[in-house]
Design a binder for this molecule. Structure first.
Ligand code: HEM
Length: 380
């Protein structure tokens, strides 16, 4: 196993423990990268201003530069440091945090009515369609446009992976163009939704391209991470019938389950940082050009961070987790994502979907741990 194949391995956690035993921050000559595996090293890398989210020589990936997807990418707060990160973030974060869990569960309940009855298709839509449809709905898109918005988001997200091919990159450019036009129409047709109103007010008269790119960014950030969060929670339930029965008996504990699964089996297993100037991190000197693979999922299992880290404990006290990042890029959608996932998993617990024989494999990815479910024949 290596840190990349670990992402989609059935159980990568003993391997992560072996990396921590070799030192919190160690160079991997095979990958040509530093690996931050301990909680202390992960926190230090994410706090170090010289460790940036993009390499200095390639702010936008070569494969998409020059097209519509590249233009959006280049303006995303997630893909920038400095003003291009701070300004959109300051405008968007407060609005996201004011969304009420009650409104989220109402939106999830309405969207659940339109799901297919086939088990695998239903779970797929719960993971990949519902969360982005909730966020798009909160931003003000009309109900009948939500499937198209979710489809365009899927097309755009595909180009964010370094493993994307030419056809995916072409589709991503088309999707970025269409999402841009749809947001332009939404912004030009008042009244806008309360969330969009807050975000627009936060931006003031500032750059409209950045506003639109970062609205697209909200959809794209929601897409795979939420699919993984919901999916990994379903895996925990499907793998432990007693847990499933306990949760059905005490449905108010769904939020506790989500809070623990996000730590125990996180959807974003790693993120990367690119060193722009010589700096010291966790006792190691990193030189410009160095790349650090930040193993969030490993840090969560560090016994220095949480006692009994390998146990799934719903009643865990003072839980600490890097699953939503840390420092200046820490996920501003955490509460919203957990509210959406709790509503989706809560609804599935009330149905018979999880009683069907279901198997899963992980979607190929360099950093996302996202199970894809299939139905097994009844006799299995
Ligand atoms: C409603 C759903 C979500 C939204 C709207 C959202 C939004 C965002 C945004 C805008 C950023 C960039 C922040 C910045 O660079 O300043 C971000 C970062 C991040 N998000 Fe989320 N997110 C969502 C769900 C999730 C979920 C479910 C996870 C994983 C459990 C997650 C994990 C992360 C991580 C790890 C980062 C930081 C990446 C890094 O520092 O390299 N997000 N999110």
């Amino acid at each position: 196993m290596d840190p990349i194949t670990a992402v989609t391995h059935a159980d990568p956690y003993p391997y992560y423990a072996s990396l921590r035993a070799r030192g919190g921050l160690a160079f991997d000559p095979g990958l040509g990268m530093w690996l931050a595996s301990s909680a202390a090293a992960v926190a230090a890398v994410l706090a170090q201003p010289e460790c940036r989210v993009r390499p200095a020589h390639e702010p936008v990936p070569q494969g998409i530069v020059g097209g519509a997807a590249g233009q959006v990418f280049g303006l995303l707060m997630r893909m920038n440091d400095g003003e291009r990160q701070r300004c959109p973030r300051a405008a968007i974060e407060p609005g996201l945090q004011q969304v009420h869990a009650e409104e989220v569960s109402q939106r999830v309940a309405a969207l659940l009515l339109g799901l297919p009855s086939d088990t695998a298709a239903r779970l797929h839509d719960c993971q990949f369609h519902l969360p982005v449809a909730v966020v798009a709905g909160l931003l003000g898109f009309a109900a009948h446009t939500l499937p198209a918005i979710a489809g365009l988001t899927a097309d755009f997200v595909a180009c964010l992976s370094p493993a994307s091919d030419r056809a995916q990159r072409d589709a991503a450019h088309r999707a970025a163009g269409q999402l841009t036009r749809r947001f332009e129409v939404l912004l030009d047709q008042p009244p806008v939704s309360p969330l969009l109103q807050r975000i627009v007010a936060g931006f003031g008269a500032r750059d409209r391209d950045s506003l639109i790119a970062n609205l697209i960014g909200l959809l794209s950030q929601t897409f795979e991470a939420s699919a993984g969060l919901i999916g990994n929670t379903l895996c925990a339930l499907l793998g432990d019938r007693r847990l499933l029965a306990d949760l059905r008996a005490a449905p108010t504990r769904v939020a506790d389950l989500l809070a623990e699964v996000q730590r125990h089996d996180p959807p974003v297993q790693n993120t990367r940082r690119f060193v722009t100037a010589s700096c010291s991190v966790a006792g190691v000197t990193l030189e410009p050009g160095a790349v650090v693979l930040v193993l969030l999922a490993s840090a969560n299992r560090d016994p220095q961070l949480n006692p009994q880290p390998d146990r799934l404990l719903l009643e865990r006290e003072a839980r600490r987790s890097f699953s939503f990042g840390s420092g200046r890029h820490q996920c501003p959608g955490q509460e919203l994502a957990l509210a959406i996932a709790s509503a989706v998993v809560g609804a599935l617990l009330r149905q018979s979907t999880l009683d069907q024989p279901i198997a899963w494999t992980y979607k190929p990815s360099l950093n996302g741990r996202i199970p894809l479910f299939t139905s097994l024949p009844e006799s299995h």
